[in-house]
Design a protein around this ligand. Structure first.
Ligand code: SF4
Length: 362
């Protein structure tokens, strides 16, 4: 019964009729990759008039991981043949800057690289292979950091000495601020990710309206949730009534998840971090605190990022910043497909290019 509360067809019909009457140009950014995929899959873009555009934002974890970090991971594998690397599956096909190199290719050449479905599985692998060192690649935003924390606590509590985390976790707010500060940024409103909201709380998105005056609605991931979010953003725009609305109250509370926030603070320090397409963003990443360096892959393996000046025709950076749609990249669908991806936006299951290729190109 609870599910039906946000799937009422009559409400959705009403919303679509309203949206079809809007005749001004409006650009709305869906911040996260889960929304990008849900929007593409549910056909929402096809229901909107031409003048209302939904633009993907910087919220796909694999897509924003910079080539410098991908190269560092690949080098780590190449140099440490006895190492077990554990990772979420989406990272496997992301190409490095050396042509043809990826975790998948290195695995085919003999590196021990294992896909895990949770960070805890990586600790289990470490427990079962005590004569080997195991590195877990921690990527993602506020939503995946808790999984990494669980793994860290499991390793601490069981005194595991061969488990390391390469933390590449990132924070959503600094990235959005970096986009909003760009002089040519022309987005009118934001669909804010409900799962991030579950951690940082409604208040975590307050800056969008208080400081940047952008209509913003926190949404869930059903088509109905998203459509109602779009409806509310447009209502705010046409009534000149900018505010933060929470359309995902069934999950997102005002203050978010206090326990997770405290644990993030306990184990991680906020640091400047590199983002693909955006560059270095102040205070946008999470690295393990010194007290936990025993578990820090960066310290253990002396991981350093090498500046990458190689230029490529892949326009993931512009896709992530909302400057172009995936099909505006000259490689899209020709040289770059999910089977033969040139950039991470086509590799990731939450990537804008992958979503466009799968659901929207025809
Ligand atoms: Fe990069 Fe491929 Fe997307 Fe172009 S289509 S931006 S090459 S991932």
């Amino acid at each position: 019964m609870h599910l039906n509360e946000f799937r009422k067809p009559q409400d959705i019909d009403r919303v679509i009729k309203f949206l079809k009457k809007i005749d001004r140009k409006i650009k709305i950014m869906e911040v996260c990759g889960t929304h990008t995929m849900a929007i593409a899959k549910s056909g929402i873009k096809g229901l909107l008039p031409e003048n209302i555009k939904l633009i993907s934002g910087p919220g796909c974890p694999v897509c924003v991981t910079p080539s410098e970090e991908i190269d560092a991971i690949l080098e780590l594998c190449r140099k440490n043949r006895d190492l077990i690397i554990t990772t979420y599956g989406d990272m496997m096909k992301v190409p490095g800057t050396n042509v043809g190199e990826s975790l998948e290719k290195l695995r085919a050449l003999g590196s021990d690289i294992r896909i895990v479905y949770s960070a805890l599985d990586a600790v289990e692998i470490a427990k079962n292979n005590q004569d080997r060192e195991v590195v877990f690649l921690g990527i993602g935003f506020e939503t995946t950091t808790p999984g990494t924390i669980l793994a860290l606590e499991e390793a601490i509590n069981n005194n595991i000495n061969n488990f390391y985390i390469y933390s590449m976790h990132k924070l959503v707010e600094p990235a959005l601020r970096a986009l909003l500060e760009q002089p040519d940024f022309d987005i009118d409103g934001f669909i804010c990710p409900g799962h991030v909201g579950a951690v940082i709380g409604e208040e975590g998105f307050r800056f969008l309206v208080d400081e940047y005056k952008k209509p913003s609605v926190i949404c869930g991931f059903e088509a109905g949730d998203i459509l109602i979010g779009i409806f509310k953003i447009i209502n705010q725009i046409i009534n000149n009534d900018v505010k933060l609305e929470n359309e995902y109250k069934r999950v997102v509370k005002t203050e978010g998840n206090k326990i997770i926030k405290e644990k993030v603070e306990k184990y991680f320090k906020v640091s400047d971090d590199l983002w693909r397409g955006i560059g270095l963003i102040k205070n946008s990443g999470l690295k393990l605190k010194k007290e936990y360096e025993k578990f820090d892959a960066i310290t253990r393996f002396n991981i350093t990022l090498r500046e990458n000046n190689k230029t490529t025709a892949c326009r993931c950076g512009d896709v992530i910043k909302g400057k172009i749609e995936p099909n505006e990249c000259s490689l899209f669908g020709r040289l770059c497909t999910p089977e033969n991806a040139v950039g991470p936006c086509m590799v990731s299951s939450e990537g804008a290019c992958a979503a466009y290729y799968k659901y929207l190109q025809f």
